[in-house]
Design a protein around this ligand. Sequence first.
Ligand code: MIC
Ligand code: SF4
Length: 641
Amino acid sequence: MGLTIAQKIIKEHLISGDMEVGSEIALKIDQTLTQDATGTMAYLEFETMGLKRVKTEKSVAYIDHNTLQSGFENADDHRYIQSVAEKHGIYFSRPGNGICHQVHLERFGIPGKTLIGSDSHTPTGGGIGMLAMGAGGLDVAVAMGGGAYYITMPKMYKVNLTGRLKPFVSAKDISLEILRILSVKGGVGAIIEWGGEGIKTLSVPERATITNMGTELGCTTSIFPSDEITREFLKSQGREEDFVAISGDSDAKYDKIIEINLDELEPLIACPHSPDNVVTVASLKGTKVDQVCIGSCTNSSLLDMLKVAALLKGKTIKPSVSLSVSPGSKQVLTMLSDSGALSHILASGARLLECACGPCIGMGFSPNSKGVSLRTFNRNFEGRSGTADAGVYLVSPETAVAAALTGEITDPRLLGEMPKIEMPSSFKINDTAVLDPEIEEKAQAVSILRGPNIKPFPTSKAVLDTLEAEISLKVGDNITTDHIMPAGAKILPYRSNIPHLSQFCFGVCDKTFPERAKALGESIVVGGINYGQGSSREHAALVPMYLGVRAVITKSFARIHIANLINAGIMPLTFENQDDYEKLSQGDKLSIKDIYKGMDSGSVMLKDETNGEEIKLICNFTERQKSILKAGGLLAFTKEN
Ligand code: MIC
Ligand code: SF4
């Protein structure tokens, strides 16, 4: 039987396990990336492993998230990461060089290679045919040390594109359409491959917009074939030698096939507070808009920016709208500036932000109270923008410009004729903002620069045979990591200070949680479907662990979060019968006995001591996962072994 693109790459990188859907496989990882918000913790973990050099083909540390330096914390973390990178053989992308995913695509990604990154949008690399996955910081640290990355062998989904996008309809609308079809949990346990005649009309940055936002489907990753369009892109980046062609076999088998006709697609918009809350732009016509943000790892390529500049050329934005533009990389900004296109953006009244994540993660540019913000980003979770009562909508760059010019949600097709965009055949290469690591012989002399904000790593506890604890919090479906461990300018600087961070845990759901959890000593959290969707931040597991959470019981989990819980020594359990969720209430005292036996048989019995209910919970762990939980987390397990 033929293989899919992903199966081919997995086969080449398989260290152990069977490529059978649902079973655990271990993969060799060629490249890693980290960003600063997850990187400090990842490098602290890497240091604990005591290795001198990374063992990957290429590891890159990016500074792109925590760039607002309103105190010493972020600057200290940047220096720490820079010094670790220099010492241990990691390339360092300086602040200002751009968003990790955009820069990695331009300068380092290679078709057919495996990449894991401590950021959930690492699948952006799927746009050039990489098997690129988001992971918790500890998993990235292990991979840097040469260890395998473990995933559950995914199902394979295929999306066939036919036709060609109409003017003012773009790659972002394809992302929103697939979210409309599949929902934020529709990709869990699957890899999505993009194919069909229609992909020949999509350039690499457009493909990368689609694989980037595949993360919002919950899938393991998304991938395009590596074809002549990929070759052209690599050539334009001066890297044609990195090109290899990769495609799925014609008789490859897919578990699901979805057809999208690009001719029929129209401008779409995701309404608050979920990326799958998708309707047509036309249906929201006339909604007043306060703020428009263009950028993020989803839509900040040169192509996106040139389109924005061309549409803004000679026009002025509405006085009632505040427009920000953040190009994805120094390369994009330089070329935008050299071509003169930047002047059109500035003349329109837009505010230029640095090449970083910025408003996407609430690092500045928060909307006004009850503000309506249209963003070309990938997430619109409640509170993520930094303004609790703002309504964030996700749109294409075309729809963003239409709103900035008219002051309301407007179908961009009403803007007239789409200007023709000429893409350059070669990009301006200047990698001076990427610092090479020190050579191995001299690396010993590099000292690590640690700031006072770095606090000791919290120690986790081993899972014991009996757990008796109270439910400290019960939440609903689709709880994101932004609910569990919010980000934003005020909180992100403390990513290496778990005690400080813990004050904000579950702040979006219940501000009293940290105090209550601490008072209980040990407790259990109960959730609904797709618990932990969203980011890769391991802090959404480490902080609850610090606050004494010993188990999380849900209807289902998101992929990266369940791995992070196990790595932190927190037991993830699921209801055998989802209706049993209703039988548990916050404050109930629970007991789970014979956990070790249950881990072997795949299920445990929970007794609700408050109401007498008995509930069966699934705990299908692999031998490796059982050992990690019994050791009290992956760090403890790695030290033991
Ligand atoms: C995000 O988009 O939510 C982030 C911020 O990039 C996170 C990583 C983090 O929390 O630091 C992600 O996507 O993994
Ligand atoms: Fe940065 Fe936003 Fe992309 Fe996350 S989603 S990496 S915060 S730009």
